[in-house]
Design a protein around this ligand. Structure first.
Ligand SMILES: Nc1ncnc2c1ncn2[C@@H]1O[C@H](COP(=O)(O)OP(=O)(O)OP(=O)(O)O)[C@@H](O)[C@H]1O
Length: 749
C-alpha cells in the first residue's frame, strides 16, 4: 500500500502538473494550422519513415523521437509506459502519435501485432489529462472493440499504461451478469472500454447515462465495427454522442470508404498507413503456407497436424460454433496427447474469459479451436506458434487478421491455410493483396485417418453424433451464405464424403441445398442430379491429385526425409516432432506405399452395401455400428466384431418395435379419452341448455333451443369434419335412443 502523501508534496505535485499541462497545451496550440507556426507535417501516405519532415521548431525535437520518453506527454503516462516495459516506439506509434496528440482525427493502418493499441490509448490518456478531467466530468472517452476478449485485453493495457493517472475506467462487455451494478457506476467512469451492444444497452437503459462531454471516440478494428454486422448499433451510438470530438480509427485492414468516414463525421482525418509501401501486408516474421485439402480430408489433416506438433501452441480457426464444438468434443475423446480448448460466441462469458487467459499463459502448450471471435486483435501474450485455418476465411482481410494472431511484435510464427480445390481463387486474391503465401501440395500418404475413429466414437456417444450432424449442416450453410461465389460454391463440395469424414453413418438431409438443386434443375442450368453433380466434383478432385506431377515429386521428397514424416509440410517445419524418433513412431504413420485417393475414400465410406439405415423419432439416422471405439482406455482402438454388430442391430430393432407398440397404445388411449370427453360435454351441455330453455320459457328465444332440435348438434364447431364423423360413428344406438328420448321429454315438459 502506498503511504498517504503530505499536503506539501501534493501541492508541489499539483503545481508541477499544472506547469506540465500548460506546456503541453501550448505545444498543442502551436501545432494548429492557424497558429502562425508551420503545422506539423508528416511524410506522405505510406512513406517508410514514419515521422519525417517537421518544420516547426518547437516540434523539431520530437522529429527524431524514437522513445516514448522523448514525446510531449505527461510524466504519468511516461512512468506507466516505462514500468510496463514500453520503451521504444513502433512505426505506427511514431507515425500516428504526433497527430493524435494534437487532437486530430486519425485513420491508422498498420500490420497485425505492430502496436496500434498504444497508438490510441496514449492520446486518450493525454487528452483527458490536459483537460484536467476528474470524476465529476463523467465519460470523457469511449473505446469500442468488436469482441469481449479484445475489450478485456485493451482494458488491461489501459490499466498498465495509465496506472499513474487518476481516471476511472470501466470494461463494459456483454455476457456479464452484473449489469445493475454497472448501471449504478457507469456515470462515474471517465474511460469506457466496451463492445457496441453493451454500450448501446447502457445508452438505452441506464438512467441519466451521459456522454455529452465525450472528448475522444476510438474504434479498434474499425473496419469490423463499421461493417454491416454492427451497422445498426454503431449508428445508434453515434447519434447519441457529440459531434465535436476527436475520433481515432485503427485496424490492420483499414477502411477507406468515404461513406464510413462520413457516418463518423470525421474532420480532415489523417490517414496514417505505415506499411502501405511494405512488400508484404503481413508481418515479416510470419511464414505462411497454403495446401490443397479436400473437404473430406480436412479433419484427417488437422488430426495429423496436431499429432505432429504436440509441443506447440496452436490456434485453429473453424467456420462456426458447431464446427468448433464438434471438433473439440470429438478430438478430446480421441486424446491426441496435447491439451485442447475451445472458444466461441455461444459460451458463457466467464468460461470464455477463463479459456482465453489460459491460452495466453506463456509456457503452456495447447490447441485452441475457435471461431472468428479470436481472429481480431487478440495478442495471446505473443505466444501462438501456429495458426491453422481449417475453413477458408471469408476474404483477404479476415485471413490477415487470423494469421496475425501469431508473429506479433518481433516474434516469429507460422500459419497454414487448408484450401479446397474449389477455393483456389483465394490464393490469387491473397497474392494480389501482397500476402506472401507459399503453396504446398499435401502428402496424403502420411495423413492419419481420423474419420474411422470418429465413426466409432459417434456410435458410442450419441451427443457427439448430434454435434457432428449440426457441424455438417452449419458448415454447408456457412459456405452457402458466403458472398464471394467465385470461391465458395456449395454445389462443388463432395457432400457425402464430407459427411463420412465426420464419422456420420449417412449424409443428413440439407433442406436449403435441396431447394437449390431443384431450382438449378428447373432453370435448366444443370441436368445432373445432386449426387451426380457431387460425384463429378469428386472425380475431378481425384484426378487432380492423381495426375499432378509436382505432387509426385514432393511425395518422394518427403518419403526420403524421415524428419518430415511427422507432418505434411515440405522443407523445414521447426515444430515438427523434431527428430525425436520415439514420438515419430508414436504417430503411427501409414505405410509409404502409394494408395490412390479413390481407394482411400472407399475406406472412408461409412455405409457398406447392404447396411440397413435405422431412423430415430426425429428422422436422424442411428449408427450402423461399423466399429466400436474403446476410447476411454486412452488410445482409441477398434473392436470390429461381427457378433457384436449383429447384437447391436437386434437390440436396436427390438427397442424400436417396443417403442412403436407403446406409441400405438398411447394413441388409442388418447382417442378414447377424447371421445369420452366429447360425450360428456354434449350430455352436460344438453342438461344445461334444457335448464336455460326452462328459464326462458319461450321457444323462439335464443338459438340454443333450436340447436337442440337439430339432429346434428353433438359436436364442437371447432372440430373438423373428419373428427365429427369419427365421434358420430362411435355413439352407440342405445345412446342415441336415450338422447332422443331426453329431447322429446324436454320438449313435452
Ligand atoms: N512500443 C512497444 N514496445 C514493446 N512492445 C510493444 C510496443 N507496442 C506494442 N508492443 C507489444 O506488441 C504486441 C502487439 O501490440 P498490439 O496488440 O497493440 O498490436 P496491434 O497492432 O493492435 O495488433 P492487431 O492488429 O492484431 O490488433 C503486444 O504484445 C504489445 O505489448
Amino acid at each position: 500500500m502506498r503511504r498517504p502523501k503530505s499536503r506539501n508534496f501534493r501541492k508541489k505535485q499539483q503545481l508541477l502538473e499544472e506547469d506540465e499541462i500548460e506546456l503541453l497545451n501550448s505545444w498543442i496550440q502551436s501545432q494548429k494550422p492557424d497558429s502562425g507556426s508551420n503545422p506539423m507535417s508528416l511524410p506522405p501516405l505510406g512513406s517508410k519513415a514514419p515521422v519525417g519532415r517537421l518544420d516547426d521548431e518547437s516540434f523539431s525535437r520530437y522529429a527524431g523521437a524514437t522513445r516514448f520518453q522523448q514525446l510531449p506527454i505527461s510524466q504519468k503516462t511516461k512512468d506507466g509506459l516505462r514500468e510496463s516495459k514500453y520503451i521504444k516506439m513502433t512505426d505506427v506509434q511514431r507515425a500516428s502519435l504526433p497527430h493524435a496528440l494534437c487532437g486530430r482525427d486519425v485513420l491508422g493502418a498498420a500490420k497485425t501485432g505492430s502496436g496500434k493499441t498504444l497508438a490510441f490509448l496514449i492520446p486518450v490518456l493525454e487528452k483527458l489529462y490536459r483537460e484536467r478531467w476528474g470524476p465529476e466530468d463523467g465519460v470523457g472517452s469511449i473505446i469500442i472493440s468488436p469482441t469481449r476478449e479484445l475489450g478485456g485485453q485493451l482494458f488491461d493495457v489501459l490499466k498498465s499504461a495509465g496506472k499513474h493517472h487518476n481516471f476511472s475506467a470501466g470494461l463494459l462487455i456483454g455476457g456479464r451478469k452484473d449489469i445493475d451494478t454497472e448501471k449504478e457506476h457507469v456515470n462515474e467512469l471517465n474511460i469506457l472500454v466496451c463492445t457496441p451492444g453493451r454500450l448501446l444497452q447502457h445508452m438505452n437503459e441506464t438512467p441519466n447515462f451521459d456522454c455529452s462531454q465525450l472528448q475522444v471516440l476510438v474504434l479498434d478494428e474499425a473496419d469490423r465495427i463499421l461493417d454491416i454486422g454492427f451497422k445498426k448499433d454503431l449508428n445508434a451510438i453515434i447519434s447519441q454522442i457529440p459531434k465535436r470530438r476527436q475520433t481515432l480509427l485503427f485496424s490492420a485492414t483499414q477502411t477507406k470508404s468515404v461513406q464510413d468516414l462520413a457516418r463518423l463525421s470525421l474532420k480532415d482525418p489523417e490517414y496514417v498507413s505505415v506499411h502501405e509501401e511494405s512488400a508484404t501486408a503481413t508481418p515479416v516474421l510470419l511464414r505462411q503456407t497454403a495446401m490443397t485439402v479436400s473437404l473430406d480430408q480436412k479433419f484427417d489433416m488437422l488430426w495429423s497436424f496436431i499429432k505432429a506438433h504436440l509441443n506447440a501452441k496452436i490456434l485453429v480457426f473453424l467456420s462456426s460454433c458447431k464446427q468448433v464444438k464438434f471438433v473439440y468434443e470429438a478430438f478430446k475423446k480421441l486424446r491426441p496427447g496435447i491439451p485442447l480448448k475451445c472458444l466461441h460466441g455461444r459460451m458463457k462469458q466467464e468460461k470464455r474469459m477463463g479459456i482465453y487467459s489460459q491460452f495466453c499463459e506463456k509456457d503452456s502448450v495447447s490447441v485452441l479451436f475457435s471461431t472468428d471471435v479470436a481472429s481480431r486483435g487478440l495478442d495471446f501474450n505473443k505466444a501462438v506458434d501456429w495458426v491453422i485455418q481449417v475453413d477458408c476465411p471469408e476474404d483477404v482481410a479476415s485471413y490477415i487478421h487470423r494469421v496475425g494472431r501469431t508473429a506479433r511484435y518481433r516474434s516469429g510464427g507460422r500459419s497454414v491455410l487448408f484450401v479446397m480445390p474449389s477455393e483456389m481463387k483465394i490464393i490469387e486474391n491473397l497474392r494480389a493483396a501482397k500476402v506472401p503465401i507459399e503453396f504446398k501440395k499435401v502428402n496424403t500418404k502420411i495423413l492419419q485417418s481420423v474419420s474411422e475413429l470418429l465413426s466409432s466414437l459417434l456410435v458410442k456417444y450419441p451427443n457427439i453424433q448430434h454435434l457432428a450432424q449440426r457441424a455438417f449442416i452449419t458448415y454447408l450453410r456457412s459456405i452457402h451464405i458466403q458472398k464471394d461465389k467465385e470461391i465458395f460454391d456449395v454445389m462443388k463440395l463432395p457432400i457425402d464424403k464430407f459427411s463420412a469424414s465426420l464419422g456420420l453413418p449417412m449424409t443428413p438431409k440439407i433442406r436449403f441445398l435441396d431447394q437449390k438443386i431443384r431450382h438449378k434443375s428447373i432453370s435448366g442450368k444443370s441436368s445432373l442430379s445432386a449426387s451426380e453433380n457431387f460425384d463429378k466434383e469428386n472425380l475431378l478432385e481425384d484426378s487432380i491429385v492423381e495426375e499432378d506431377p509436382s505432387e509426385k515429386l514432393e511425395l518422394s521428397d518427403l518419403l526420403e526425409d524421415k524428419a518430415d514424416r511427422g507432418f505434411i509440410l515440405t522443407e523445414d517445419t521447426p515444430n515438427l516432432v523434431g527428430g525425436k524418433t520415439s514420438e515419430i513412431e508414436d504417430i503411427n504413420i501409414r505405410p509409404a506405399s502409394r494408395v490412390s485417393k479413390k481407394k482411400k475414400l472407399k475406406i472412408n465410406l461409412h455405409r457398406p452395401l447392404g447396411t440397413r439405415v435405422v431412423f430415430d423419432d426425429e428422422c436422424n439416422t442411428l449408427p450402423p455400428l461399423a466399429k466400436i471405439a474403446d476410447t476411454d482406455s486412452g488410445n482409441a482402438s477398434f473392436v470390429v466384431d461381427q457378433g457384436e454388430k449383429a447384437e447391436y442391430y437386434k437390440r436396436m430393432r427390438e427397442e424400436l418395435m417396443q417403442a412403436d407398440k407403446e406409441d400405438k397404445l398411447l394413441q388409442q388411449q388418447r382417442r378414447r379419452e377424447k371421445r369420452i370427453k366429447q360425450k360428456m360435454k354434449w350430455k352436460g351441455g344438453n342438461i344445461e341448455e334444457d335448464h336455460s330453455d326452462d328459464l326462458s320459457g319461450s321457444e323462439g328465444e335464443g338459438t340454443k333451443g333450436r340447436v337442440h332440435r337439430n339432429a346434428k348438434i353433438y359436436f364442437d364447431g371447432d372440430n373438423d369434419d373428419g373428427e365429427r364423423k369419427e365421434v358420430t360413428d362411435n355413439i352407440s344406438l342405445r345412446e342415441q335412443e336415450e338422447l332422443a328420448l331426453k329431447l322429446l321429454n324436454s320438449m313435452h315438459s
